[in-house]
Design a protein around this ligand. Structure first.
Ligand SMILES: [Zn+2]
Length: 67
């Protein structure tokens, strides 16, 4: 993961949460952020693969809101 969860401010929309981890992508709650959690080898890799796919979909959805 290259980016932690963060908010961006969008004119006419307000604050938009850009998730960097699965916990936040699902909950929409920045307090659930696990971006700083230490990875554990095998399960973490599998989890991140799935997370990556989910985040791609979520980012695509969010961009759809912006443009
Ligand atoms: Zn996060």
């Amino acid at each position: 993961m290259s980016e932690k969860c963060h908010y961006i401010r969008v004119r006419g929309v307000g604050r938009v949460l850009i998730p960097g981890c699965m916990a936040v992508a699902v909950s929409g709650d920045l307090d659930q952020c696990t971006c700083n959690a230490s990875p554990t080898p095998h399960e973490e890799i599998e989890r991140l693969k799935k997370e990556n796919e989910n985040l791609k979909a979520e980012i695509k959805r969010l961009k759809g809101l912006l443009y």
